[in-house]
Design a binder for this molecule. Structure first.
Ligand code: SF4
Ligand code: SF4
Length: 67
């Protein structure tokens, strides 16, 4: 049986830079980089996926993969 890997995927083309996901993250894992894009610090992320639920534009998705 394979192991399931769950991770966050960000689609730059869909992102409207509203930064609602940053406000809702309890871990401060999301931020804004110098270019004004969403930044993500994987070591802080506890995979609660509140950010994906808060994104109204479908830019943040939870991806599950069998490895
Ligand atoms: S909530 Fe969605 S659209 Fe808004 S900044 Fe985050 S990823 Fe982009
Ligand atoms: S999954 Fe949770 S901890 Fe990780 S970036 Fe999203 S809101 Fe923050």
């Amino acid at each position: 049986m394979g192991r399931e890997t769950v991770f966050l995927s960000w689609d730059a083309a869909r992102c409207r830079h509203c930064f609602g996901c940053i406000a809702i993250c309890p871990q401060n894992a999301l931020g804004v980089d110098e270019a004004g894009n969403l930044s993500y610090e994987i070591r802080r992320c506890i995979r609660c996926f509140r950010c994906a639920g808060a994104c109204l534009h479908g830019a943040l998705r939870v991806v599950r993969e069998e490895t």
